[in-house]
Design a protein around this ligand. Structure first.
Ligand SMILES: Nc1nc2c(ncn2[C@@H]2O[C@H](COP(=O)(O)OP(=O)(O)OP(=O)(O)O)[C@@H](O)[C@H]2O)c(=O)[nH]1
Ligand SMILES: [Zn+2]
Length: 316
């Protein structure tokens, strides 16, 4: 049988088949995936093949194969060096909630997030939340920020999770896809998910009741089906993205507007710093590249050994 992993509790995996049945599955023996040193071989979002076993009238599954992942999000294990923990896989898009104040979201945070999402090959949509609570000046700031990111190609929507403004637009984008929500604590992620699917709380309980292990309060990711052909992956206590190890030369490639210009730089390994005939620096001088983006780029490069290798997960 083939199914998708909705929840993992360490040794058991809740797998949903296309006809809607949930199976509790285990992995038999050693199950290694080439190339990834991870503490968990299978993650929420994985598509797996399993055999059904019946013991004492209970059907369980034994996972024997995992389909190739479209993408996956990792977090570095704190204790085991060089080991990673895969939080989720096959994520179609992530909605990054941004607020100008209460709490402030700095553009350096947005840019670092976007670089990581680019490295993971996950599409990001920026949601500027709480527009109901902003004065005119703050709304102008939203417009300005949105114009910077729209120009690069990121979809931006001003929303109010509290009043429901533009929540329908978010729902439309979610149709047929698996989405995640990210952003600082207090930006309104729970409020938005509630506005999108008020009954989700009940559904959460329904799924965990089927669990042989009972309810788990650890920070395992979990996938939920919504009422309108959309899935979300909830990662309790985790607000950002994990670390991606990248080389200095790669960072610029995850700034789409720099990547597009790179072919016009004199040196094909241009870091857009002090090199002559650098197309990115020229664009910066002509205001075609945003200064705040370039500043974030420098910060990421400068922090080579510390910052961007530092775990930028935010946990409660
Ligand atoms: N005015 C206004 N307030 C909002 C809006 N969305 C959320 N809030 C408020 O902001 C606060 C934080 O919202 P939450 O939904 O709990 O934020 P969160 O991102 O889930 O926070 P964590 O659970 O800490 O990660 C609450 O007091 C919400 O009522 C909005 O669109 N407008
Ligand atoms: Zn350059």
């Amino acid at each position: 049988m083939i199914g998708t992993v909705y929840k993992s509790t360490g040794s058991w995996y809740t797998v949903k088949t296309p006809n809607g049945k949930f199976y509790e599955c285990r992995i038999k023996g050693k199950f290694r995936i080439q190339g990834i040193k991870s503490t968990n071989p299978i993650a929420v979002g994985d598509v797996v093949e399993f055999d059904v076993e019946t013991k004492n009238n209970t059907e369980t599954g034994v996972i024997k194969r995992i389909e190739e992942r479209k993408n996956y999000i990792v977090r570095k294990s704190v204790n085991l060096s060089k080991q990673t923990h895969i939080i989720a896989s096959n994520v179609d898009q992530v909605f990054l909630l941004v607020t100008i104040n209460n709490p402030p979201t700095f553009s350096s945070f947005i840019d670092r997030f976007l670089v990581t999402a680019e490295a993971y090959s996950i599409k990001t949509v920026l949601l500027f939340n709480k527009i109901d609570a902003y004065d005119e000046e703050t709304l102008l700031e939203v417009k300005y920020l949105a114009s910077i990111y729209r120009k690069i190609g990121y979809e931006c929507i001003g929303i109010s999770a509290a009043t429901g403004k533009n929540v329908d637009k978010v729902k439309t984008l979610m149709e047929g896809k698996t989405s995640m929500f990210a952003g600082h604590s207090g930006v309104g992620k729970s409020t938005l998910v509630n506005a999108i699917e008020p009954s989700l709380d009940l559904k959460t309980k329904a799924i965990s009741n089927q669990h042989m292990q009972g309810q788990h309060t650890t920070t395992f990711a979990e996938m939920f089906d919504l009422s309108f052909d959309a899935k979300i992956i909830d990662t309790p206590g985790i607000k950002g993205f994990g670390v991606v190890d990248m080389e200095k030369e790669e960072v610029g490639d995850y700034f789409p507007e720099f990547f597009e210009l790179k072919q016009d730089c004199k040196f094909n390994n241009c870091l857009h710093l002090k090199e002559p005939k650098c197309a990115v620096k020229e664009a910066l001088e002509n205001d075609e590249v945003s200064y705040s983006r370039y500043r974030s780029y420098l910060q990421i490069l400068e922090g080579e050994d510390e910052h961007y290798r530092t775990d930028n997960w935010e946990e409660n």
